[in-house]
Design a protein around this ligand. Structure first.
Ligand code: ZN
Length: 107
């Protein structure tokens, strides 16, 4: 029974991993606009420093959450092998694709 996991059962776990990956990429993409707005609106480098500190804190949290996400199939850290963090599109342990719950449904 445990070996017969289908895409539907993996869906919620993989969806959570994908969402955490999007937080990381979204924060990376938001870096430049955030800094430009913070410094441009206040003409102050100190405001830029505060904005950077807040951004860095959010990014660290998002990266940590993504790194600690567990693979829904093998139960290991999806992106973490020992101390090595690799944002690949497959589980580092069982090679489950990040979209392994999609494209295999007959309907
Ligand atoms: Zn896995």
């Amino acid at each position: 029974m445990e070996s017969a996991k289908m895409g539907g059962e993996l869906g919620p776990g993989l969806g959570r991993i994908r969402r955490r990956r999007w937080y990381v990429w979204g924060l990376v993409a938001a870096y430049l606009p955030t800094m430009l707005i913070a410094i441009g609106a206040t003409s102050s480098l100190a405001a830029g420093g505060v904005a950077f500190a807040v951004w860095f804190l959010l990014l660290s949290t998002a990266v940590m959450a993504a790194a600690l996400a567990r693979c829904p199939r093998c139960g290991n850290r999806f992106h973490l092998d020992g101390m090595t963090l690799l944002p690949t599109r497959r589980c580092l342990h069982c090679q489950l694709p990040i979209r392994g719950d999609r494209g295999k449904k007959s309907a």
